[in-house]
Unconditional design. Sequence first.
Length: 128
Amino acid sequence: MTRFDAADPTERRKLFADAVTAHRERDSDFLTVEADPTDNEAVAPWIQLAVETFNLDCTDAELDRVKALLDEFPEFRIDRLERPEEAEGTNVRITARSDANRLAAFVDRAFQDVYGRDDDYRAWVVRI
């Protein structure tokens, strides 16, 4: 991979699919994607993929939106929810067995539908 960020919807999905493919080919531990933070965010949202499992943190409202998004991805399912006492929010593990393009579509939709990003948001592949 030679590029690590994209803001155009088509280019973002291609970037995410390429990153998934690289993650699989390199047999890396995980892949991490971040969206640029908004002015009211201290920490930018992130999504990780490890083999066939997505990992993301979310508030209660965001968790509701994750569950709604999964209605459009019936082959994916929530595997585990963790609510550590010392943290606000929930860590969500989603089993996702699919091809790179479908995984890329999920990541893009999650940033938009769950974390409220506009269609032209910038995302970064920060670790493969």
